[in-house]
Write a protein that binds this ligand. Structure first.
Ligand code: IPE
Ligand code: IPE
Ligand code: MG
Length: 260
């Protein structure tokens, strides 16, 4: 069988009864979780790391292959300096603390986003973690940090233009190969915690046909139970990718090709 990894999920219809191969999450609501307890916002970020740990475990138990977590957006630099630097330090500390455990559990770790604004200690910690876990395949864990969906698409296009100056046209496939998540199928399921219903410049290109699940649960409260609710909701959807319901029923049992 053809390797499905690089095939856009807009071309084939994955079986929605199965556990989603790729889940992408906007981890939102840390600040509100803390404020509700009369704690400083950053206490919510610290608790958020616990929720990340639990979510990784739950995703592995359920057989998810790709888990992508939005940790810091390209717009989050607009926050107060103290909060930004707390988040950066927390990222470094968590990496140093968790990397061995990630590796022991067969997790491949990657970071997507623009690293040029990170301090050298953080860049080094990321590179070391990526290198250590490079051969693991049990779960592809990707953290989006200083990530923006528009940045991702524009960087892809600019790289293509730099490789072949004077290029007259750029195809979807060419962009796909240059995006920062070129190693993964598109997310089947997108989850946002914290009650907000927006993409906030996350994986704009790759979410074209993902199923969306919004929950009021604040990120530090996210756990296997909420993950199961999201997966159950996903499994009740019909992914049509532009087709009619009847076409999908006719083809049940086999994968529907885009132009079939
Ligand atoms: C998400 O929680 C974490 C980051 C964006 C780093 P927030 O910090 O946005 O929490 P709320 O939305 O203010 O509650
Ligand atoms: C989105 O959350 C980014 C992350 C979770 C990292 P925000 O809390 O920054 O999103 P907006 O600004 O409310 O849309
Ligand atoms: Mg928020």
């Amino acid at each position: 069988m053809e390797d499905q990894t690089f095939i856009s999920s807009t071309q084939t219809v994955p079986d929605p009864n199965k556990v989603p191969r790729h889940i992408a999450i906007i981890m939102d609501g840390n600040g509100r979780w803390a404020r509700k307890r009369f704690l400083p916002r950053v206490a919510g970020h610290t608790r958020g790391v616990e929720a990340v740990r639990g979510t990784i475990r739950a995703a592995i138990e359920r057989g998810v292959e790709y888990l992508t977590l939005f940790a810091f957006s390209s717009e989050n630099w607009r926050r107060p300096t103290e909060e930004v630097s707390f988040l950066m330090q927390l990222f470094i500390k968590s990496l140093q603390k968790e990397v061995a455990r990630l590796h022991e559990n067969g997790i491949r770790f990657r970071v997507i986003g623009d690293r040029s604004r990170f301090e050298p200690t953080l860049v080094k910690a990321i590179e070391a973690a990526e290198e250590l876990t490079a051969k693991n395949t049990r779960l592809h864990l990707t953290v989006a940090a200083n990530y923006g969906g528009r940045w991702d698409v524009l960087s892809a296009v600019n790289r293509l233009l730099a490789q072949r100056p004077g290029l007259a046209e750029i195809s979807e496939e060419m962009v796909n190969t240059e995006l920062s998540m070129n190693f993964a199928p598109e997310p089947d399921l997108f989850i946002r915690t914290g009650g907000e219903q927006r993409i906030s410049n996350f994986l704009l290109w790759q979410l074209a046909y993902s199923e969306f699940f919004f929950t009021d649960a604040l990120w530090p409260d996210f756990d296997g139970k909420v993950l199961d609710q999201a997966i159950a909701s996903y499994q009740g959807r019909e992914r049509r990718f532009g087709r009619t319901s009847e076409q999908l029923v006719d083809a049940a049992g086999g994968e529907v090709e885009r132009h079939a």
